[in-house]
Design a protein around this ligand. Structure first.
Ligand SMILES: Cc1cc2nc3c(=O)[nH]c(=O)nc-3n(C[C@H](O)[C@H](O)[C@H](O)COP(=O)(O)O)c2cc1C
Length: 187
């Protein structure tokens, strides 16, 4: 190991939305493009490949898509989740993925930031609360939770500086959380 190189935080970014022109997927793509030196962002975009969670399927070897999700979360130092709110909750596909991580425990002690891209900044309080509860149940360390107002015109790139700032803040908070873990000698 070259100790003069700064530690590079590996962040796994997951969008809770499957729709093609998703504002939440726009946030995770922006995260991958904005990264500072010393931060790598990997996007997990296979929520729709996962089977419906069923404890009867939660055996070794796990279904291939589940094994992939678990390996990608495990390899990450931190996780960024960007999710829409559906009927005051997170989308079922996202809850399904988080349910697959309960028994295997990849989120335990993992720094996680939650963003909710919504049409206005007052939205998203219910889904963020729901995510915070689920992440807490799985032992994750919630680092940041924020709603980001994303206009329809901003879904295909050309993000405003405010959107970019919110994503950068989340990445820096996650990166800082992994560094402080390292300084405490926890990895
Ligand atoms: C089925 C459905 C339910 C929704 N429920 C809510 C809701 O409870 N609260 C809210 O603020 N927005 C709600 N919305 C709006 C979405 O959260 C919002 O449009 C979001 O930006 C979509 O994210 P996306 O562009 O990443 O897919 C709902 C949208 C759909 C399609």
């Amino acid at each position: 190991v070259n100790r003069t190189q700064p530690l590079s935080a590996r962040i796994l970014a997951i969008s809770g939305s499957l729709q093609a022109h998703s504002s939440n997927t726009a946030l995770v793509r922006l995260a991958a493009n904005l990264v500072d030196a010393g931060t790598q962002v990997d996007i997990f975009d296979q929520l729709d490949h996962l089977p419906y969670f069923n404890p009867d399927l939660d055996l070794e070897p796990a279904p291939a898509a589940v094994a992939e999700l678990r390996a990608r979360v495990s390899a990450a130092d931190a996780v960024l989740i960007a999710s829409p709110e559906y009927a005051h909750e997170m989308p079922g596909v996202l809850k399904n993925a988080l349910d697959w991580l309960v028994s295997s425990g990849e989120l335990y002690a993992k720094p996680v930031a939650v963003l909710c891209a919504a049409p206005s900044a007052e939205r998203g309080t219910f889904v963020r609360h729901a995510l915070e509860q689920t992440l807490d149940a799985e032992g994750a360390r919630l680092i940041l939770s924020a709603t980001v107002a994303v206009l329809p015109s901003q879904r295909n790139g050309d993000p405003s500086s405010e959107v970019a700032r919110a994503v950068t803040d989340a990445l820096r908070a996650l990166s800082g959380a992994t560094t402080s873990r390292g300084e405490q000698g926890l990895f």
